[in-house]
Design a protein around this ligand. Sequence first.
Ligand code: 13P
Length: 246
Amino acid sequence: MRKKLVVGNWKMHGNRAANAALLGALKEAGPWTAEVAVCVPFPYLTETALALTGQQVLLGAQDCSSHEQGAYTGEVSSAMLSDLGCRFVIVGHSERRAYHHESDQLVADKAKAALAHGVTPIVCVGETLAEREAGQTEVVVKRQLAAVIHTLTHCIGEIVLAYEPVWAIGTGLTATPEQAQAVHAVLRKQLQAASQKADAMRILYGGSVKADNAAQLFAQPDIDGGLIGGASLKAADFAAICRAAM
Ligand code: 13P
């Protein structure tokens, strides 16, 4: 039985006062039987770690460098994330693939760097609307995952995978539970061919998950929780999604 995982991706939102209010409200709303985490912007990691001390909610970041350390201005290493208490780091989010031209191989290298420091990478895959309409969904997500499998080899079982159809992110267009499950099943099969741990691995769905559609999505056999954008910024909504995963 896989324990459900709900992860809030704050993206580039928040400020110290708003974050404190949100984290305070989450503290009141718990506990949950699902695992819950928030992936916050780098500057707020330390303060969030402090706010989460003794709480159930786990800390995560939204990206990391593929490099170990060195002259890489502006980059943040996974060793630093580990040092700050991060349990998770999102890699390969479609916004980074699109706006920062991150390749499948770079995403895989970032996942490897994270694992090397005990930070669990949440590896995102997903197709654009044009790719879906061209019937390319499976080809795209399998190609994105294959790069990670090839790079991590026997460590692939340590990652969390997230299916985020690009057309569903921030658009209010959620994949139907059936559409999402179909892709999750394809991904699970690909993981099964690569790792004995595949059946214990969590595959999250992300893309316009809300309080009113979360339960149906999480009820699908291969959907093990969610990666939540907009709704993770409102404590009541995020808490309701966490409850839907219980
Ligand atoms: P929304 O929940 O705002 O659609 O964002 C999803 C996402 O990109 C999470 O990483």
